[in-house]
Ligand binder design. Structure first.
Ligand code: NAD
Length: 254
């Protein structure tokens, strides 16, 4: 896929140190975009920078927490200083709850999962949206999950957070569509990333079970989600608003 439109565009990606966020960052940099990746994981961000080294666009990173407004503001200032106004926001950072049912979910776990997955998305969006409104244009893509649509893709906290991200995304688009903003969510199924390392550990039986339960019969690579993101953020997708794009090997068709 080749998109001329991303050349010198500024993309802000959370969770850019690993898995899907890293693949999204690399995909945009490969199209000539300038990407600021924000993540807690400095080592992973350095790995993203290394992978982006020979691409046409530029990568810079900010080690910070999406639940902390002051760190978000500093990351945005860095992006603006290096690359100018932000055109596209990918809210990808997220954590899993190890499939804990509600009675096994402590208040601490509930708060942490909701805080990173949902509040982080809200906080980052609220800090970047004003500069998109000034430009009368902006694209926001929030990372949901099949756990945002059905049970079984996470535990109580994760599933609640991903359902809420979908609601938030629809309302965001609804409220700002007339001002040039386009917000959508992506709902991946089984994507092989460090988040799912436990499924592949040991004899790998859990990973095998997941693949067998998936109609396509396999896990996907994070690059497949990144390709969907390239399309969804592009002008080709200009009429796609406030919706959820599933990329799940047919999981939800069952
Ligand atoms: P991952 O664990 O490989 O990457 C997540 C990244 O988010 C990590 O680099 C982590 O350091 C970062 N992060 C976590 N908390 C943070 C915080 N407070 N501030 C900043 N960064 C933080 O996981 P992944 O599989 O790439 O997941 C990315 C997103 O995709 C998540 O929102 C996840 O819920 C969603 N998702 C993943 C799958 C899958 O199968 N892998 C399926 C559906 C949805």
């Amino acid at each position: 896929m080749h998109f001329d439109e991303y050349k010198k565009k500024t993309i802000f990606v959370t969770g850019a140190a690993s898995g899907i966020g890293q693949a999204q960052a690399i995909a945009f940099i490969s199209q000539g975009a300038n990407v600021l990746g924000m993540d807690l994981d400095a080592v992973g961000l350095a790995e993203t920078a290394e992978k982006a080294k020979n691409a046409t666009g530029h990568f810079s990173s900010y080690v910070g927490d999406v639940t902390k407004e002051n760190e978000i503001i500093s990351a945005i200032e860095k992006a603006n200083g290096l690359f100018g106004m932000i055109h596209i926001l990918l809210n990808t950072a997220g954590i899993l709850d190890n499939y804990a049912p509600t009675l096994e979910t402590s208040e601490e776990l509930w708060d942490r999962v909701l805080s990173v997955n949902l509040k982080g998305t809200f906080l980052v969006t609220n800090q970047i949206l004003p500069q998109m409104l000034k430009q009368k244009h902006g694209v926001i893509i929030n990372m949901a999950s099949i756990a945002g649509m059905v049970a079984g893709g996470g535990g109580a906290a994760y599933t609640a957070s991903k359902h809420a991200i979908i609601g938030y995304t629809k309302q965001l688009d609804h409220d700002y569509i007339k001002q040039g903003i386009r917000a959508n969510a992506i709902a991946p199924g089984a994507i092989q990333t460090p988040m799912n390392a436990a499924d592949f550990a040991g004899d790998g039986k859990i990973a095998e079970w997941v693949a067998n339960e998936t109609p396509a019969g396999r896990w996907a690579k994070p690059e497949e989600v990144a390709s969907l993101t390239l399309f969804l953020a592009s002008e080709n997708a200009d009429y796609i608003h406030g919706t959820v794009m599933t990329i799940d090997g047919g999981w939800l068709e069952k």
